[in-house]
Design a protein around this ligand. Structure first.
Ligand code: TYD
Ligand code: MG
Length: 459
């Protein structure tokens, strides 16, 4: 009998070691190593294992120009945001991983797809919920328009038997962490199981040209193997993110073999499932009260999509010795930098003030182009003077108080014009600005320093 061997795997990144290690030398995670058994002999793949498996054809080298260029036929999905993120639909035979924190809405998104994809035979494999629970969820989402089968099974051997008899055109697995292949001895959710099961599904997808969608959880504790270990195996990695307490969810592609990773999908979580948000700016700006001080509108980019968001700030006298600085949706260190610039370069005394900053809608923004709007919101609150709601801003603030140029300024200006803003403040140093200024329907105001913006806004 073959001797069983055990290896310790980092459940976060998949690195292995013969000994237990406290801190993973590869990804730096603490306490993430778990002992797993590996069996050297049995390496059989459950997809068409044994006699059912056809003789493997040896492939020959071919001239690249001789390979027929069939534009990989894509399945166009009923979900416009998902289509966009995937680069124009689902590619036949692709393996797609959808990652995200528990409770963000992964199961909802894919079940919604499964019941709405007309004219296709879909198999939804649920290892987490019972048939009843999936049915109840489908009831919330709406009308069932497809031939969608639910299978509550977790062993890959059984799953492949069902797939062989059902012949589905799309397979959805919820979630990869619950799958179990009896080739591997470790428990479901460990690195070897996840890798093994995904490998079996990968072979199934490629051999039958059936697209497979996998759901994968990511946890901060690292006790369940993160989808990180799968990233190199799959064709596309999608990330579903957002704040669980807010209604907006963002879907982005981290890796995509068949499309761009700059695209992004925005959804709203409602009582009846996820709805696509085709026009995010209009939604994020809808609840504004024009007469209040401390708010400014920034024109930001997420991927290649421009949208306008509202920045809110509250500046008040500190009650305790050390003033508080709090942000939601924005980097706190960057706020400290901006306050230092205002204090040192522009002479605004904010050292004894509490400063609270909030990006409306629960969205996290990393685009430096919102700096200018942040400065304006802070000054507006500090001076208690409202900014004209027809104004918006796009510019980065440098350490000397200069307004620095930002990328894709034209797209930002056009989005602001489309939404009916009358004036946009941008950096004087944006090379294209002069040209756009002449053609644009909106008044483009070039500014070079924070003081200039201040005198233009508050006189
Ligand atoms: P779920 O898809 O179960 O998340 P995940 O699979 O990523 O763990 O969705 C979880 C949340 O979504 C849950 O808190 C309830 C909420 N939800 C709605 O608000 N509306 C709905 O129609 C559905 C189905 C869920
Ligand atoms: Mg789920």
């Amino acid at each position: 009998m073959a001797k069983t061997k055990t290896v310790f795997y980092c459940q976060n990144c998949g690195a292995n070691s013969l000994k237990w290690i406290g801190k993973c030398p590869s990804c730096g995670e603490w306490n993430s190593y778990v002992e797993e058994t590996i069996q050297p002999a049995a390496k059989e793949n459950q997809w068409r294992s044994g006699s059912a498996r056809k003789e493997a054809k040896a492939s020959k080298p071919r001239l690249i120009s001789d390979i027929a260029l069939e534009s990989s036929p894509r399945i166009v999905l009923p979900d416009a945001e998902l289509n966009r993120v995937l680069g124009g639909g689902l590619v036949q035979g692709s393996l797609i991983l959808l990652g995200g924190e528990p409770g963000i809405g992964k199961s909802t998104l894919l079940l919604q797809l499964a019941v709405n994809l007309k004219g296709k035979k879909i198999l939804y494999i649920s290892g987490e919920e019972s048939e009843q629970q999936v049915r109840m969820r489908a009831e919330r989402i709406g009308k069932i328009q497809s031939e969608c089968y639910i299978l509550t099974e977790t062993t890959t051997q059984q799953i492949f038997q069902q797939i062989e008899s059902l012949q589905p055109e799309l397979v959805i697995v919820d979630s990869i962490q619950t799958l179990y292949s009896n080739v591997y001895e470790s428990a479901p959710g460990t690195v070897s199981q996840i890798r093994g099961c995904a490998g079996e599904l990968l072979r199934f997808a490629k051999e039958t040209a059936t697209p497979v969608l996998l759901i994968g959880h990511i946890t901060k504790e690292g006790s369940i193997a993160g989808p990180k270990v799968l990233e190199h195996m799959v064709d596309t990695v999608l990330q579903f993110e957002g704040d669980r307490h807010h209604v907006y969810r963002i879907l982005r592609a981290i890796k995509n073999r068949f499309g761009s990773t700059a695209e992004l999908g925005i959804y709203e979580m409602r009582g009846s499932g996820l709805t696509e948000v085709a026009n995010p700016s209009a939604l994020l700006l809808s609840q504004r009260d024009a007469s209040l001080s401390g708010t400014a509108v920034a024109c930001t980019m997420e991927g290649v999509r421009p949208f306008l968001i509202e920045v809110q700030s509250l500046v008040s006298s500190a009650v305790y010795g050390t003033p508080q600085r709090t942000t939601t949706g924005y980097d706190l260190r960057r706020l400290h930098m901006i306050l230092a610039v205002l204090e040192k370069r522009c002479g605004f005394k904010l050292g004894l003030k509490d400063v609270f900053l909030n990006i409306a809608g629960g969205i996290r923004v990393e685009d430096p182009a919102i700096d200018l709007a942040i400065i304006c919101a802070i000054l507006s609150s500090a001076e208690d003077m409202a900014i004209d709601p027809a104004n918006c801003f796009a510019g980065e603030v440098g350490l000397t108080g200069e307004i620095r140029p930002v990328n894709r300024i034209e797209a930002r200006i056009n989005e602001a014009a489309r939404l009916g803003f009358r004036q946009i403040f941008v950096s004087r140093y944006n090379a294209e600005t002069e040209k756009i200024r002449k053609e644009s329907a909106i008044k483009v105001v070039p500014v070079g320093k924070v003081e200039e913006v201040f005198s233009l806004l508050f006189g």
